[in-house]
Design a protein around this ligand. Sequence first.
Ligand SMILES: Nc1ncnc2c1ncn2[C@@H]1O[C@H](COP(=O)(O)OP(=O)(O)OP(=O)(O)O)[C@@H](O)[C@H]1O
Ligand SMILES: [Mg+2]
Length: 506
Amino acid sequence: MSQKPGSTAGRNAAKPAKILIADDEAAITTGLSAILEDEGYSVDVVEDGQSALDALSAERYGVVLADLKMPKLDGLALLGELQQRAIPTECIIITGQATVDSAVQAMQQGAYDYIEKPLNAEKLNRLKALIPKALDKYHVQQTNRELASKLEGLTHYAELTGQSDSMRSVYQIIDAVAPSTASVLILGESGTGKELVARALHTKSDRAKGPFFALNCAALPKEILENELFGHEKGAFTGSISEKQGAFEMSSGGTIFLDEMAEMPTDIQVKLLRALETKQIRRLGGKKEISVDIRILAATNKNLQKAIADGELREDLYYRLAVVEIDLPPLRERADDIQLLANEFLGRFSQQNGKLITGFDDAAWQWVMSYHWPGNVRELKNAVERAVIMSRGTTIGPADIIPRHLRNGGEMPAALTIPVGATAAEARQQLVLRTFASTSGDAARTGKVLGLSEREVRSELLELLNGTAERSESDDGVPDMQPDRKKEPAPAAKAPAKKPLAKKGR
Ligand SMILES: Nc1ncnc2c1ncn2[C@@H]1O[C@H](COP(=O)(O)OP(=O)(O)OP(=O)(O)O)[C@@H](O)[C@H]1O
Ligand SMILES: [Mg+2]
């Protein structure tokens, strides 16, 4: 029996929680404390309500057994004081028959339960059964309080920066699921930090010492992706002169992060599902089953319900991967984080560029806080880096931080005018171009907005550069929407870097 309190407390807290008995009847306190000590609990006794309150304020007790009628402060008043002072101890009221009504009232006010005198064998058995339950409740709430207070006020978690409520809930989910092997699906717009969340899940898990292997399913052609995941045997295909381990084997004991997982070809999805279910893989051209110990994390910014409906994503794989889902909100919905991130990036890039920049001026802040950041944290990071490079003073002004195409007159016009007589292909190109400009030259995001692949976006832009764009701007009547990128290298904007997309004053 003496195991019980120890095991309950051992699971939830470093020290077993104590019990306080508050009653002015010596016969009761002596008897009860002997019985409870016999059960393995550590017990203290006080003889009035005020002493009980003093003890409960000074020390942590899991449960207080409080007589309803005792000197100085009765049971009900004691309960009220505990609540007012946010003392988390669970309260079990001991009551005489005449005061059962008050005991019921005490329960309505938050007492855990009540027990009636006389404390005969039956009542004592009930009490013995009640105490571990009350202690469990105390411990669970204690754990929740500790977690909440650990995450409260948190501005950073692993490599993530953020103090908004939504980011703190993300930290809380990571903290809770990281130690398990459950697959986690991370959702969110481009640039919201999905990969950083995946890394945090790895580093906060028991697999942290094992490898973290990230694979972008959209960037790799099918054969290469398959080879990367499962490896191959010697002679599996022309040119495979030696065997090769895939990610599953190489990162056994670690984590595989499948980025853009909705882009995975369906026959690889079948193989992946099998690997997840059996924890075994077969290399390309191989017969041997190889056991692997892997945790899978996946991310996507696609609408998965649509991908499933369109037959692009297997529903069974989705359920396998989405045991837990983490949804990263867009940066524009996390005003609390924008300033924190902007200041942090400013410090980092000033140092990297050897510049002494103390902050953003008011007008720059105003723009930073009001812009809708379609490219999320990635866009903010790039904008601050560019601003640091462009800045000539000790503060960042609006001219440094606002991209050229968004200056003078604010946002891009939202509507696109297609002249009568234009072909559908031309209209499509202009739509791609306009969207490309509105995303600050982010081909991936342009694709997402328009429902095209990044490759299709690039090829439209290239075609525009090589062919139709030879026409003069007055021919097609389309204004220049390409931001001046000579000094503003944006990672995604390779294709139309030089271009003849004619300039027009705005
Ligand atoms: N909360 C954050 N704190 C600090 N840096 C962040 C945060 N979120 C994102 N970043 C930075 O922004 C950039 C984009 O993040 P990440 O690659 O994780 O986004 P993503 O959601 O995976 O985007 P995509 O869908 O385009 O792959 C990275 O440089 C990352 O370091
Ligand atoms: Mg990513």
